[in-house]
Write a protein that binds this ligand. Sequence first.
Ligand SMILES: Nc1ncnc2c1ncn2[C@@H]1O[C@H](COP(=O)(O)OP(=O)(O)OP(=O)(O)O)[C@@H](O)[C@H]1O
Length: 324
Amino acid sequence: MTAAMQIADGTGVETVIETRGLTKRYRGGQLAVDGLDLTVPAGSVFGFLGPNGSGKTTTIRMLMGLIDPTAGSATVLGRPMPRAVRTVLPQVGALIEGPALYGFLNGRDNLLRYDSADPSADPRTRGARVAAALDRVGLTSAAGKKAKAYSLGMKQRLGLAAALLRPRRLLVLDEPTNGLDPQGMREIRSLVRELAADGTTVFLSSHLLDEIEQVCTHAAVMAQGRLLTQGPVADLAAGARGRLAVVTPDTGDAARLLKELGVTGLSVEQDRVTGELPGTDVELAELSAALVHGGVRVRGFGIERASLEDAFVALTGEGFDVAG
Ligand SMILES: Nc1ncnc2c1ncn2[C@@H]1O[C@H](COP(=O)(O)OP(=O)(O)OP(=O)(O)O)[C@@H](O)[C@H]1O
């Protein structure tokens, strides 16, 4: 790692994106991002999660130096943005609000065009670079097809290929799977995993909790311009307590007994009863013994792992509703 990266306070973890009090108020008065303190560790796949309109794109545009913050500061790869935009951006591959492609050119020619727009790219090795990028995103066989005939997923992949024409330390992807079908989503996800395995830090925004859980090591959760929480995905999910789940044909009796034992938020579905444990010091063995004692035929008993969605609900007191 180079000296250009920062060492986060006390932790020894290198950070590739760091913001302090980052704030954006648009001219119309809209406070889109409000005092954001974000820390993205090197080597992470960092999910920037929030419903539509929560300020994700605005944050990314500030990080990339496309718009100026109203207040606060941001460093990317250890350099202040937007001041160091010229030194930082060549090291960052970005895919923001869909790739800019020429529909009348085929995939390969689109990439050749991108590469020739880069003054530091050696024209003698251009063909090889483009071929490698096409291969990386699985577009080699479709390279001769016009980009306008590409599916949305292929267009996204071509955009990613353009971002990968040179080695990058950081990839910034704004809603990379937006509008894709499940197959397209899987392709992008596996590509992100491969890139991360090669050591590239990936920062991606999404309004899909599920996606963040599947692909990200770390996440930050935004709502209405503010950061609700950030950290390793496993820790975020663990922050929300799992639900007790009992599988039994005697759901009525089970629900009644569990209620007496202090379990709240009970819900019954077919042969399952789930609910919130009354406290952290509850003996699960006692609960199951009480059920059996009460004549309930217990076929399954345990705590269901909390998901990021549970954590989000616990944080906001509401579901992960996507507005708009
Ligand atoms: N150029 C602009 N001028 C004024 N307000 C804006 C502008 N761009 C965004 N906003 C507002 O700022 C808020 C945050 O928008 P932003 O696009 O950053 O959210 P987002 O989380 O990226 O959502 P989406 O996924 O829908 O893009 C929204 O209320 C939006 O209406």
